[in-house]
Design a protein around this ligand. Structure first.
Ligand SMILES: NC(=O)c1ccc[n+]([C@@H]2O[C@H](COP(=O)([O-])OP(=O)(O)OC[C@H]3O[C@@H](n4cnc5c(N)ncnc54)[C@H](OP(=O)(O)O)[C@@H]3O)[C@@H](O)[C@H]2O)c1
Length: 297
C-alpha cells in the first residue's frame, strides 16, 4: 500500500519527530524535502517515501500530494508563508485531501503587531476557506530556540541573556509537537480534530530565572540570568545558525510578543492527544547537554 500521509518540511525539527512517531505506529509516510541530501537519504533508509519539492512550486506540490489523504504543512520561519499556504491549500483541494494539520503559533491572533505572526493568522484563514479539513496547531516557544538563545553564552561564560526578567512563557519540547501531529494524522476519527485550534504547551510556565536555574541544575554549575536591552540581545543572538535572517529581522517583535504574555499559557493538549504529560524544558536540555557545556570543563 502506498503512503497516504504526507509530512512536509520533513528534515525540520517537528516533522522529524512526527515521522518517527508515525513509523513507530506502523504508518506509511511520504516526506517532502526541499533538497535531496544525506538527510533525505536517511529518511529513505528508514522506509519513508521521499519526494523533492518546494512550497513555492505548485507543480511540485501536485506530485507531493498525489494520492495523499492527510498532510502536515510545516512552513519554516521564513517569508512567503501566505503564498505557500495558498498553493498548498489549492493543490490539497484539487487532490481531495481530507485533513491538513498546519503549524501555526500560540497567540497568533489578529491583534498581533508582528508581521511574521500575522502570516500565521492569514495561513489559518486560507486553510479554513479552502475547506481541506484544517487542524491548526499553535505551540508555545520551541525548546530548540535555546540552542541559539542560551547555549553559546552558557558554554562560553555561564550566563543566559534575555531582555525581559518579568516575561513568562511556556516552552515546548519539539517531540511533543511531532507526536501530537502524528496522533492527529493517524486518528481514525478525523471529525474530532477538523476545525480545532490546539494550543500546545510544555509542562509549565517559565521565566528567564527559571530557564537559568534548569540549565544550572543540569550542568551542576551556576548559570546566571542577565536581563539586557532588546537591542543588546538581538546583537548577541542574530548570527547564530539557528536564527535564520528572517527570524533575526523579527526578533524585536518576537520578544515583544513574549513580553505581551502571548506564550503565557499551559494546556492539556499534549496529555489529551498523546496520553502522556508534556516533556519538560529540562528534559530537552539534558538531551542537548553537550551544546551547553562545551566550554565548561
Ligand atoms: N520557534 C518557535 O518558538 C515557534 C513557536 C511556534 C511556532 N513556530 C513555527 O514553527 C515553524 C518552524 O518549525 P520547525 O522549527 O519545526 O521548522 P524547521 O526545523 O526550521 O524546518 C523547516 C523545514 O522546512 C524546509 N523548507 C525550508 N524552505 C522550504 C521551501 N521553500 N520548500 C520546502 N521546504 C522548505 C526545511 O528544509 P531545509 O532544511 O532543507 O531548508 C526544513 O525541513 C514556523 O512556521 C514557526 O513560525 C515556531
Amino acid at each position: 500500500m502506498k503512503a497516504e500521509i504526507l509530512i512536509t518540511g520533513a528534515t525540520g525539527t517537528t516533522s522529524q519527530y512526527a515521522i518517527q512517531h508515525l513509523l513507530d505506529k506502523g504508518v506509511k509516510v511520504r516526506a517532502m524535502v526541499r533538497t535531496i541530501d544525506e538527510r533525505s537519504e536517511a529518511l529513505k533508509a528508514r522506509g519513508v517515501e521521499v519526494v523533492q519539492g518546494d512550497f513555492l512550486d505548485v507543480n511540485a506540490l501536485r506530485t507531493a500530494l498525489d494520492g495523499i489523504k492527510r498532510a502536515y504543512f510545516l512552513y519554516p520561519f521564513k517569508d512567503h508563508l501566505p503564498k505557500a499556504a495558498a498553493y498548498f491549500a489549492k493543490v490539497a483541494k484539487e487532490k481531495g485531501v481530507e485533513m491538513v494539520v498546519e503549524m501555526s503559533q500560540m497567540g497568533a491572533n489578529e491583534d498581533t503587531p508582528s508581521p511574521a505572526t500575522q502570516n500565521h493568522v492569514i495561513a489559518e484563514h486560507i486553510f479554513e476557506w479552502a475547506n481541506v479539513g484544517a487542524v491548526h496547531i499553535r505551540p508555545g516557544l520551541f525548546a530548540w530556540n535555546y540552542l541559539g538563545f542560551a547555549a553559546p553564552t552558557v558554554a562560553d561564560h555561564q550566563k543566559f541573556y534575555y531582555p525581559d526578567a518579568e516575561a513568562k512563557y511556556t516552552i515546548v519540547h519539539p517531540k511533543d509537537i511531532g507526536e501530537v501531529v502524528a496522533e492527529i494524522l493517524s486518528d481514525e476519527n478525523k471529525e474530532k480534530h477538523i476545525g480545532k485550534k490546539y494550543d500546545i504547551s510544555g509542562d509549565k510556565i517559565y521565566s528567564g530565572l527559571e530557564v537559568a536555574k534548569d540549565i544550572s541544575d543540569l550542568l551542576h554549575q551556576e548559570i546566571e540570568f542577565v536581563p539586557v536591552t532588546v537591542d543588546q540581545w538581538i546583537d548577541a543572538v542574530k548570527e547564530h545558525p539557528t536564527v535564520n535572517p528572517f527570524l533575526a529581522k523579527h526578533l524585536k517583535e518576537f520578544s515583544s510578543e513574549v513580553s505581551d504574555g502571548r506564550f503565557n499559557k499551559t494546556t492539556d493538549v499534549v496529555k489529551k492527544i498523546t496520553g502522556h504529560e508534556p516533556r519538560s524544558f529540562k528534559a530537552y536540555i539534558k538531551e542537548h547537554k553537550e551544546v551547553f557545556e562545551t566550554a565548561i570543563a
